[in-house]
Write a protein that binds this ligand. Sequence first.
Ligand code: NAI
Ligand code: MG
Length: 491
Amino acid sequence: MAELERPGGRTPVPAGWTYAPAPESRDIVHLRERYGHFIGGEWIEAAETYETISPASEEPLAAVGQATPEEVDRAVAAARTAFADGWSALPGSERAKYLFRIARILQERAREFAVLESLNGGKPIKESRDVDLPLAAAHFFYYAGWADKLEYAFPNRRPKPVGVAGQIIPWNFPLLMLAWKIAPAIACGNTVVLKPAETTPLTALLFCEVLRQAELPPGVVNIVTGDGRTGAAIVEHEGVDKIAFTGSTDVGKAIQRRLAGSGKKLTLELGGKAANIVFDDCALDQAVEGIVNGIYFNQGHVCCAGSRLFAQESIYEPLVEKLKRRLETLRVGDPLDKNTDVGAINSAMQLEKIRELVESGREEGAQIYQPPCTLPEKGYWFTPTVFTDVAQSYRIAQEEIFGPVLSVLTFRTPDEALEKANNTPYGLSAGVWTEKGSRILWMAQRLRAGVVWANTYNRFDPTSPFGGYKESGFGREGGRHGLEPYLRFDE
Ligand code: NAI
Ligand code: MG
């Protein structure tokens, strides 16, 4: 015990030892050299392909399709046929059986999916294994339960499916975002054309095997891969009745403009710049864990990341000191190592964006802190970073960095915390740390954010609705609210 202790009454920190490597085996994943598109229950050869890589090593993993407008058209036609040929008319209790099967198969194949998710996306295996996979399965279980209860969810409103849903998802939670999109859509009787993000297509392609194992009728779910051009082709397709998009605010706005007046339903889940607000009466060590989880989880590639820390002035110094010390213990490296806390940045493009914003923080006058950290030579990496002395006007306090970079600001009173927290074009999430229940409620009522966590952060559950205010988008995913975008209530 003696060697754990540090002088000066500081929290004991283990020193002088490191973890031995504990890599998860890749053998469970069987990649094909080349993937096509999954349309009408069949693999269709792709006219054009590109290479998808591992961001941790830059090693090529497979060639995947870059879907053309013609291929998107085939996928929409298959979805339309499946919708008309019985899926939409199937009793909810029958549709539910398929969702339950999908959920169970995801659980059975969880390790395979987790390894592939980490390989293709760079996130630590402990997160893919303990967060992404269990939550993806939970989402299918949850919406399976609603499939035959829509009349009860919306009494006297005659819920009916919308038709063909076009779904475009990002690269930060590839399989989980797929689950968030597909589960409510098919539970409600819609059919789907989904496009994963260009840097992380592989778990969506593996999911097609799950669909076959579950014997989901052909065409109910179609998956096409490709970049923004493929996404745009889905948005523009006349045969799509609803678009669900998660990604950048710029693309979200462009989609909204494109769909204006078209009558297509739309939900947008866009960026965020969440405030994590720490009052001086909180459990400080617990708050430090919440701050770390809030911004370094998934390399900060999280739309609801707690990227702006608001510390009450009276505890600013001890809080920042504890935070810096905690950062020294974060292990950055091989995503497949079970001890890794912070994995690889998802792409060269994202790394460039993080570097540029961090540079702007230095130039504008913020103080940067980065713990000692050896980064692998190959691949895309960024050291966990804290900025102090940040003014509200700095770009690092205004713009979404989407990386492991925290900006620390201060406040004196609850009113000031609230005003500063709401001073952002975004409004997806927020965190409040205090022992006082009344203050939690006071803050939660006034924070313009879709989700407010109290004395915790980044907690997800399929039963709870998630979505934004202002430029963070509109529409809710999860919970009973998450059914609404996939239903129409006219006669
Ligand atoms: P993006 O918005 O370009 O990509 C998200 C998805 O949209 C991808 O599947 C992409 O192929 C598709 N897409 C791109 N252009 C499209 C278009 N014109 N029409 C239809 N679909 C299109 O995001 P990107 O470029 O990968 O990341 C840029 C920034 O966006 C990030 O640094 C981050 O700040 C933010 N972002 C936010 C996310 C969130 O969860 N809210 C997720 C991903 C990125
Ligand atoms: Mg983009």
